[in-house]
Design a protein around this ligand. Structure first.
Ligand code: 5GP
Length: 208
C-alpha cells in the first residue's frame, strides 16, 4: 500500500512544548520531515538560518508571496511566517509525512486548500503551566510574554476546528501518541486512492 506522505499540521500556544515534542518525534522515527518556514522575525540565540527558519527580510518575504512560493502565510506578533511549497511537495512525493509547525490562521488555510490534512493541537496541562513555561524559557521580554499570552487567549477560540488534541504533559508519551495518530491516517480511504484504484483494476481483470 505504498503511498504519498501525508500532511500534518501541528499547532499549540507558544510555550506548549511543541518544538521539543517535534524533536523527540523526529529523533525516534525517520519517516517524518519537518518543514522549515520563512520568517521576518529576528533569530533567537542559538537559532541558525536554514535550520529553525529561513530568516528573511520583509521585502524577501513579499517576493515569496508574489512568486507563489508559499503554501500559506500569516502575521504573528508583528512578524510574517510562511511555509515554502517546494520542500513540502518534494518530501511528500518521496513518501515522507511532512509536519508543519504553524499557528492557527495558517493551519486553517492549509486545511481549506488540502482538506485531508491532519490538524493536531498541542495543549498544555493547564493555563498556569503554560505561563510558567513561557517565563521559564527566559528568551523573551515581559512584553513579548504578555503578547503571547494574549494571543493564546484568542487562539484558544479556534481549537475546536482542529481534528485532534494532544496534552503535552510528558514528551515521551505525547510523541508516541502523535506517532500513532499520524500513522493511522495512512489507512484513511481518502489517503489511499491510488491503492484503491489499483485493486479495483486488478479485480476487474480477474473477475471477467
Ligand atoms: P516563534 O516565533 O515562536 O518561532 O513562532 C511563532 C508562531 O509562528 C508559532 O505559533 C509557530 O508555530 C508559528 N509559525 C512558524 N512558522 C510558521 C509558518 O510558516 N506559517 C504560519 N502560519 N505560522 C508559523
Amino acid at each position: 500500500m505504498n503511498q504519498r506522505g501525508i500532511l500534518v499540521v501541528v499547532s499549540g500556544f507558544s510555550g506548549s512544548g511543541k518544538g521539543t515534542l517535534m524533536k523527540a518525534l523526529l529523533e525516534k522515527y525517520d519517516n517524518y520531515a519537518l518543514s522549515i518556514s520563512a520568517t521576518t522575525r529576528q533569530p533567537r540565540a542559538g537559532e541558525e538560518n536554514g535550520r529553525e527558519y529561513f530568516f528573511v527580510t520583509k521585502e524577501q518575504f513579499q517576493e515569496m508571496i508574489r512568486e507563489d512560493q508559499l503554501i500559506e502565510y500569516a502575521q504573528y506578533v508583528d512578524n510574517y511566517y510562511g511555509t515554502p511549497k517546494a520542500y513540502v511537495e518534494k518530501q511528500m512525493d518521496a513518501g515522507k509525512d511532512v509536519i508543519l509547525e504553524i499557528e492557527i490562521q495558517g493551519a486553517l488555510k492549509v486545511k481549506e486548500q488540502f482538506p485531508e490534512t491532519l490538524l493536531v493541537f498541542i495543549m498544555p496541562p493547564s493555563a498556569e503551566e503554560l505561563k510558567r513555561r513561557l517565563v521559564g524559557r527566559g528568551t523573551e521580554t515581559e512584553e513579548v510574554i504578555q503578547s503571547r499570552l494574549e494571543r493564546a487567549v484568542k487562539e484558544s477560540e479556534g481549537i475546536e476546528r482542529y481534528d485532534y488534541l494532544l496534552v503535552n504533559d510528558d514528551v515521551e508519551r505525547c510523541s508516541e501518541e502523535m506517532h500513532r495518530l499520524i500513522q493511522i491516517q495512512h489507512n484513511r480511504a481518502v489517503n489511499c486512492l491510488e491503492f484503491i484504484g489499483r485493486i479495483q483494476e486488478e479485480l476487474k481483470k480477474i473477475a471477467k
